[in-house]
Design a protein around this ligand. Structure first.
Ligand SMILES: [Ca+2]
Length: 372
């Protein structure tokens, strides 16, 4: 009896907000899913190099490379990576001129004074191996607890490097313009700060900031044609706000995306409400815009992988406007963390069943799946 009474407030907290109405459903896509690569441990990101090789990061600090679906048995270790809970080796990005300069960018957690922070370095690949790290963004100190590091990397159509940093589970930091956590940063490819950044030259703001009011954005992709930057962002988890409230945002210069002043679909003058909002939570990760022809009718669609939701979401857009949505792979392969498009036009996702959130599932390895 007592148990039943105690359960009520817990239930209320877990369901803290109303379920969000989904966009119109798209017609389901007939597809086949195959295992492309196996034997990964806590993979975080995947992307294809212009030469067709598949690069995969593992949170523990290893970079894996697969050629034609065959994983090189010798991983490359990235020095200085500290993996603790949500931190570790995270995103990778190829320089827009990778074919000639061979530069690979990696984001990873390093320790400073016993606290973790997100660093971005670039490495020149020579004879199949990465050279020494050239630090692009040194990192910005955060909370002692190892949560909310971001970190996605993407080059914009302006050639600038965009970096997402989580607010380190210290909500107020997202609104502090002298703090880099809870922000999107915009940097030159060598890490210097572009003179035309929105807060450059101001004494009361850091010049690296492009947008702010972010809780923890872990997906980012540039829309072909418009050049608009889309992000996925994790909503609160119950201990810092009502659960759910995951977001897809169009991220633009100097704008405030609200956290923690507003969340879910709340509106407030001076803040940008999400383009899409998901309650209950999906826990969105990596995202791409699909540009191929192999998956019919998908060209221009926004895809993102989901951890808690255990699915791939496909959103059809007309510019900034949402037309409809399809949910794929739901609960078929466990947690999904990142998505990429292959040179064959197929879509590739990585599972995340050996990470800290999936280890209780007893999965031995993680995989890259090919959807065609
Ligand atoms: Ca928001």
């Amino acid at each position: 009896m007592r148990k039943a009474i105690l359960a009520l407030p817990v239930l209320a907290l877990a369901c803290g907000a109303d379920e969000s109405p989904p966009p119109p459903a798209l017609e389901p896509t007939p597809h086949v899913v195959e295992v492309f690569v196996e034997g990964l441990k806590n993979p975080w990101a995947l992307d294809f190099a212009p030469d067709g090789r598949l690069f995969i990061t593992e949170a523990g600090g290893r970079l894996r490379v697969a050629t034609d679906g065959v994983l090189d048995p010798k991983p490359q270790r990235i020095l200085g990576v500290v993996q603790e809970w949500q931190g570790g080796l995270m995103d990778l990005a190829f320089h827009p001129d990778f074919a000639t300069n061979r530069l690979v960018y990696l984001a990873y957690t390093v320790a400073r004074d016993g606290k973790g922070m997100t660093r971005v370095s670039r490495f020149r690949e020579e004879e199949g191996a990465l050279g020494a790290a050239q630090v692009v963004f040194e990192g910005f100190p955060g909370a002692a607890q190892n949560k909310h590091f971001g970190c996605r990397l993407a080059f914009g159509t302006d050639g600038k490097l965009y970096v997402t940093l989580g607010e380190r589970h210290e909500r107020e930091r997202a609104q502090d313009l002298m703090d880099l956590n809870g922000k999107t940063l915009r940097l030159n490819d060598d890490g210097s700060v572009p003179a035309d950044n929105p807060f450059a030259g101001r004494a009361d703001a850091r010049p690296e900031i492009f947008s702010y009011g972010h809780r923890n954005a872990q997906g980012m992709a540039v829309q072909p044609g418009s050049g608009l930057i889309f992000q996925t962002e994790h909503g609160p988890t119950g201990d810092d706000g009502p659960g759910g409230g995951d977001e897809v945002n169009i991220v633009e210069a100097s704008r405030n995306y609200g956290w923690p002043l507003v969340h879910h679909r709340e509106t407030r003058e001076g803040t940008v409400p999400p383009l899409l909002e998901y309650t209950p939570a999906l826990a969105p990760g990596g995202a791409i815009f699909y540009t191929g022809d192999a998956l019919k009718g998908w060209k221009g669609d926004f895809l993102f992988a989901n951890l808690v939701g255990q699915c791939l979401v496909r959103v059809k857009l007309d510019g900034r406007k949402v037309v409809g949505q399809e949910i794929l792979l739901r609960r078929e392969h466990g947690r999904l963390r990142d998505v990429a498009q292959g040179p064959d036009g197929a879509v590739y996702v990585i599972t995340s069943n050996t990470d800290w959130g999936g280890s209780d599932r007893g999965a031995a390895t993680d995989r890259v799946l090919r959807i065609r």
